[in-house]
Design a protein around this ligand. Structure first.
Ligand SMILES: C[S@@+](CC[C@H](N)C(=O)[O-])C[C@H]1O[C@@H](n2cnc3c(N)ncnc32)[C@H](O)[C@@H]1O
Length: 278
């Protein structure tokens, strides 16, 4: 059998395994289809560590060791993120929604990035705030809570040093204002300036559990809920909406399913997945 054939067989076996395993974790196969290679790489590493030869053997192992499901769940966390990801979303926030919120916030504007990865989304808001909005409204303050279920992602967010690829959507003038280029072990990397880190507080939190108590003007939860089944999405959307101030804005990812009608949200722009709390 050629290497290519072995690879194809492993990939087919992994697909079959995921279609069996994901519903047991309240996750949906449709969300994972485009990123299955990343998940399968992680699972194959796990099989290797356990000295198991096939996904069928791994199923048996899971039946005998239910605690192992935590490892499958961990492999199913996709961590792709970028600064200014989906540029039209941030253009819209910058031009309309953030100035509108500042008018209403009278002092401190509070945002929450739920499923924040290494902080890219929260820091993008901080950059926009300092470089594009604050010069016009000096008496306002910004506080952003950035939460993720994975401690190692938050650790990277604390370091706030990024590869060039993470900045490819960030407009060049903002990149120049917000980052210092420094030498890393494998070439140039980008270190976020202190003033953009300061408003962001990092914390461990799973979006499937009750949310932080404070109410927010803006909540971003992008490319997190698309991996969950409808029941879990509904519960999480309930939590998120509950913590939005009336008139506050919820931003989902462009590939996240639309919220169902019984959630008190009004679309601002459906294609961009921008919603206002009713
Ligand atoms: C695909 S990334 C999206 C990051 C960012 N929101 C964005 O759009 O660029 C998804 C992030 O959600 C986190 N995540 C996955 N499941 C989670 C959960 N149950 N609770 C909180 N965060 C979770 C992952 O660790 C990952 O950092």
């Amino acid at each position: 059998m050629t290497r290519r054939e072995v690879h194809r067989m492993a990939s087919e076996a992994c697909t079959t395994f995921l279609q069996w395993a994901l519903p047991r974790l309240n996750k949906r196969w449709t969300g994972f289809r485009p990123v299955q290679q990343q998940v399968c790489r992680c699972l194959i590493e796990r099989l290797t560590a356990l000295d198991l030869r096939s996904f069928d053997a791994y199923r048996d192992y899971l039946r005998k060791h239910p605690g192992e499901w935590v490892e499958v769940d961990a492999c199913c966390r996709i961590t792709i993120s970028r600064f200014y990801r989906d540029a039209p979303v941030f253009d819209r926030l910058r031009a309309h929604e953030l100035p509108r919120m500042m008018d209403r916030a009278h002092g401190t504007l509070r945002g929450w990035s739920a499923g924040a990865a290494s902080g890219e989304e929260a820091y993008t808001l901080s950059i926009l705030w300092h470089e594009a909005l604050l010069p016009r409204q000096k008496h306002h303050r910004l506080r952003i809570l950035a939460t993720d279920a994975q401690a190692h992602m938050l650790k990277r967010a604390t370091t706030a040093v990024y590869e060039g690829g993470s900045l490819k959507e960030l407009p060049a003038p903002l990149e120049k204002l917000a980052f210092d280029r420094v030498a890393g072990p494998e070439g140039l990397v980008y270190s976020l300036k202190r003033r953009h880190r300061a408003p962001v507080q990092l914390a461990l939190h799973d979006v499937r559990t009750p949310p932080p108590m404070e109410p927010f003007h803006l909540i971003c939860c992008r490319y997190v809920l698309m991996y969950f089944d409808a029941d879990v999405r509904q519960r999480c959307l309930g939590y998120l909406t509950d913590r939005l101030l009336p008139g506050g804005v919820l931003v989902l990812g462009k590939r996240d399913p639309e919220p169902p009608d019984d959630i008190p949200l009004q679309p601002i722009d459906r294609a961009l997945r921008l919603y206002r709390r009713m």
